[in-house]
Design a binder for this molecule. Structure first.
Ligand SMILES: [Zn+2]
Length: 595
C-alpha cells in the first residue's frame, strides 16, 4: 500500500527526455513506483489526468536568511512550485554575529536586499552567535519546503576584522586564519557553501560598501581552500560588474576588470575543487558583456573548471505602485494623503485639485516615510518615460508600444499625467515598471539563448529580498507558462528542457543527489500542474510581514499539487498547512565536472 498515488499525469521526469503518461506512487517520502499503479493501492490519490507532473523546483538563489526564522510558509517561493530554497547568497546573511554588530548585519540586508529594517529588527531575536548555532535554530523549525543556507562573507569578515572590515582594509594573515576556521566549522555543520558579494552597487543602508567587496585574492582563495577541505558545498559569487559597474580598486575597469573577475572565479573553483556559480545579467552599460562572460565559463567548464553562470529567466524589473515606491511619493500634496488606507488614498488622489497640485510639484528633499530613497526616486524619475505600463496578467516581454512615453504621446497627455491616471485607476493597484537588465534590445531573445546554454543555471529569483520593488521568486512559474507556452515575440523553449533546468540541473550543481528528478528511490518532491491553466497573476503588495509591513507577492494559479517529501503542501493553489520541509544540511559530494 502506497501513501500517495499521483494518477494519470504526463510525467516530465527532469532528465530532459520527452513526457510519458503514468502514475507516480509514493511511500515513506520517497518515490516507490512510476508507471501503472493499481487503483486500490494508494491511501491518498491526486488525480493528474490532463496535467503535467514534474520534480519540485530547486531554487539556488534566495535571501530568506531572516524570513526562515519567523515564517514557515516561505512565500513567494511556495506559491511557485519551489520545494528547495537556498539562502545566504551574495555575501549577506544573519550569521555569524557578535553582540556588537547585530544592527550592522541588518544594515547590510536592508541596503543590499531592500528588506525593511523594522522587519528584521522585530523578526530576529539574535538567539544565535555562530553560524552552526544559526543552523541549529533553523533545524528546530518546519517549513513548506527544504531550506539551506550559505555561509556569507560579509558577516564573517565583520566578526573577525571589526571596524577594519567596514573600512575595507586588506585582511592580515591572522584574519585569514580566523576566517578560514569559521568557514571550516560552518561547512562541517552543514552550510550549503560560501557566498561572497563583490558588486559595488550593493551598499549597506548607510551607503558603505559591503565587507568583502574589495577582498583581495589571497583572502578569497584562502577561504575557497577552506571550503574545499570539507568536500562539500559550492562557492557563490555576486561578481564585480554584475550590475554594470566594473570599477576595481586596482585601477582596472570595463572588459579588463570583468576578465579579471572571471579569472578569479576560475581560480576559486580550481583551488577549492568545488563548483562555483555567479550571477550574470545583460546590463545596459555593455551589450556584449553577458555573452562574453558565459563564453568564458563555457571554456573553463570544457577544461574541467566548474564556473557556472546563473542567469535570470526574465528582465530584471523594478515595480512601482501606489502601495510601494512610485514617482509621486515625495510630492508635498501626495505626502498629505500618503498614510491613508489605499482605497481612501485613491479617492483623494482622484480629486482634480490634488492631482493638479501633485503634477506641478517637485519632490521634497527629506520627506517623512521615504527616508533613504532619494537615489531610487532620482532613478524612477530619470527613467519614467521609458517605464512600461502593465496590463494584467503580467506581460513578461512588453513591446515598445507599452512604454509610458509612447502611450502618453498617443493619448495626448504628459507622461506624468498618463502615469498618474494609470496608478490611480481602478482599485489603485496598477503598476508600471522599469526594466534594469536583460532588455538591451527591448526583448528577451538573449535571455532565451542564455537559458538554452547547457552550462547555465537559471536562478537569481532573490526570494525574500527587494520586498517592495521586485518579485522575481515567481520566475519558476514564468519559466513554464511564458517560456514553454505563451511567448509570441520569438522562439519558445521545450518544456522537457525547462523542467530539467528547474529541478535536475540546480540539484546536480549543489550535489542534492536525492532530488531533482522523478525516479524510484528519489525524494517525493513533486509538482502537479494544470499546464493549460498555469498563470502568473499581477504583482500585489500584501501587508503580512512582522509589523504589518508590505511586500510584493505575485500569485500563481494552476498548481494542482506541490508535494514535499511525499506530503502535499499545496492542493488546488491552496496551502494545506502541512510543513514537511526541514533544514537541509550539506553532505559531501564529488562535483561532476571539476577535476
Ligand atoms: Zn542575491
Amino acid at each position: 500500500m502506497y501513501d500517495l498515488v499521483i494518477r494519470g499525469g504526463s510525467i516530465y521526469d527532469g532528465t530532459g527526455g520527452p513526457a510519458r503518461s503514468g502514475d507516480v506512487a509514493i511511500k515513506d517520502g520517497l518515490i516507490a513506483a512510476i508507471g501503472k499503479v493499481g487503483s486500490t493501492e494508494g491511501r491518498q490519490t491526486i488525480e493528474a489526468d490532463g496535467a503535467i507532473v514534474t520534480p519540485g523546483f530547486v531554487d539556488l538563489h534566495s535571501h530568506y536568511d531572516g524570513q526562515f526564522l519567523w515564517d514557515d510558509k516561505i512565500d513567494p517561493s511556495f506559491s511557485h512550485g519551489i520545494t528547495t530554497s537556498i539562502a545566504g547568497n551574495c555575501g549577506v546573511g544573519v550569521a555569524p554575529v557578535s553582540d556588537e554588530y547585530q544592527s550592522k548585519l541588518i544594515d547590510f540586508m536592508t541596503g543590499v536586499e531592500e528588506i525593511p529594517e523594522i522587519v528584521l529588527e522585530v523578526g530576529l531575536d539574535w538567539s544565535w552567535r555562530s553560524f552552526p548555532e544559526y543552523l541549529d535554530k533553523l533545524a528546530e523549525r518546519k517549513y513548506t519546503m527544504d531550506v539551506g543556507v550559505h555561509l556569507p562573507h560579509a558577516p564573517v569578515r565583520l566578526l573577525v576584522m571589526g571596524e577594519r572590515a567596514l573600512k575595507h582594509e586588506a585582511a592580515t594573515a591572522d584574519d585569514i586564519i580566523a576566517m578560514s576556521a569559521i568557514v571550516r566549522d560552518a561547512m562541517a555543520a552543514g552550510a550549503q557553501g560560501f557566498s561572497t558579494g563583490r558588486v559595488v552597487e550593493h551598499r549597506s543602508s548607510d551607503g558603505n560598501y559591503l565587507p568583502g567587496t574589495f577582498a583581495l585574492e589571497d583572502e578569497v582563495l584562502a577561504l575557497a581552500k577552506a571550503l574545499g577541505e570539507g568536500g562539500r558545498g559550492v562557492f557563490q559569487v555576486a561578481p564585480r560588474g554584475e550590475l554594470g559597474n566594473t570599477f576595481n580598486t586596482d585601477g582596472s575597469d570595463g572588459r579588463e576588470a570583468r576578465t579579471k573577475e572571471h579569472r578569479l572565479m576560475e581560480k576559486i573553483a580550481t583551488v577549492s575543487g568545488r563548483p562555483l556559480n555567479y550571477g550574470v545579467l545583460e546590463v545596459f552599460t555593455d551589450e556584449a558583456d553577458a555573452g562574453i562572460m558565459i563564453g568564458q565559463s563555457d571554456q573553463a567548464i570544457a577544461r574541467g573548471v566548474g564556473v557556472y553562470p546563473m542567469v535570470s529567466p526574465r528582465a530584471a524589473n523594478l515595480m512601482y505602485t501606489l502601495e510601494g515606491y512610485h514617482l509621486f511619493m515625495a510630492r508635498p500634496s501626495y505626502l498629505e494623503v500618503a498614510r491613508m488606507p489605499l482605497a481612501e488614498r485613491v479617492h483623494a488622489l482622484r480629486d482634480p485639485v490634488r492631482k493638479r497640485a501633485i503634477l506641478s510639484e517637485s519632490d521634497v528633499t527629506s520627506p517623512v516615510g521615504v527616508r533613504d530613497h532619494g537615489v531610487l526616486l532620482k532613478y524612477i524619475s530619470a527613467n519614467n518615460e521609458q517605464s512600461f505600463i502593465l496590463s494584467s496578467p503580467m506581460d513578461i516581454e512588453p513591446g515598445p508600444e507599452r512604454r509610458l512615453g509612447a502611450l502618453a504621446a498617443a493619448a495626448g497627455k504628459s507622461a506624468d499625467e498618463y502615469l498618474y491616471d494609470h496608478l490611480t485607476a481602478g482599485d489603485g493597484t496598477n503598476v508600471n515598471l522599469n526594466i534594469v537588465a536583460n532588455y538591451f534590445h527591448g526583448n528577451l531573445e538573449s535571455t532565451r539563448k542564455f537559458m538554452m546554454n547547457p552550462n547555465t543555471i537559471i536562478g537569481l529569483g532573490d526570494g525574500g529580498a527587494h520586498l517592495k520593488l521586485i518579485c522575481d521568486a515567481a520566475h519558476t512559474t514564468c519559466q513554464i507558462a511564458y517560456w514553454t507556452r505563451d511567448r509570441s515575440r520569438g522562439e519558445r523553449i521545450p518544456l522537457e528542457f525547462m523542467v530539467e533546468k528547474l529541478a535536475a540541473a540546480p540539484a546536480r550543481h549543489h550535489g542534492l543527489t536525492d532530488r531533482g528528478v522523478l525516479a524510484v528511490g528519489k525524494r517525493a518532491d513533486i509538482n502537479v500542474i494544470d499546464y493549460e491553466r498555469l498563470t502568473l497573476k499581477r504583482s500585489r503588495i500584501v501587508h503580512d510581514l512582522p509589523t504589518g509591513a508590505g511586500r510584493c507577492l505575485q500569485p500563481s494559479q494552476g498548481y494542482l499539487a506541490t508535494v514535499v517529501a511525499g506530503v502535499p503542501t499545496r492542493l488546488n493553489d491552496e496551502d494545506t498547512l502541512a510543513r514537511p520541509g526541514r533544514l537541509l544540511r550539506s553532505t559531501a559530494f564529488t562535483p561532476e565536472l571539476v577535476r
